[in-house]
Write a protein that binds this ligand. Structure first.
Ligand SMILES: [Zn+2]
Length: 94
């Protein structure tokens, strides 16, 4: 598991900063999402779990807001309970 201080919700820059101290290493996968090197887990899903205070279910979808998928700060991340709800609420045309 990744060891990160309580209350710390890293975005890309913060992750790089704490990387040295905390041995958190990440990479960007082929879909453009940052992942932890040790587990392959998406950083955005990890941040989402911290945000909602419980593990995400497989069916739950993490949506990145206007800052894009490179930004994994809490404020840029929304959890939807399914892909269909994700598409309907976050990607429907206006
Ligand atoms: Zn989305």
């Amino acid at each position: 598991m990744v060891e990160v201080e309580k209350g710390m919700y890293p975005d890309k820059e913060e992750l790089q900063n704490i990387g040295d101290k905390k041995m958190v290493q990440t990479y960007v996968n082929k879909n453009g999402y940052r992942c932890f090197s040790n587990s392959g887990k998406q950083v955005s899903r990890w941040v989402a779990e911290k945000k909602i205070g419980r593990p995400l279910q497989k069916s739950e979808v993490v949506h990145h807001g206007s800052k894009g998928k490179g930004c994994n700060s809490r404020s840029n991340i929304t959890v939807f309970k399914s892909q269909s709800e994700h598409m309907r609420k976050a990607h429907s045309k206006r």
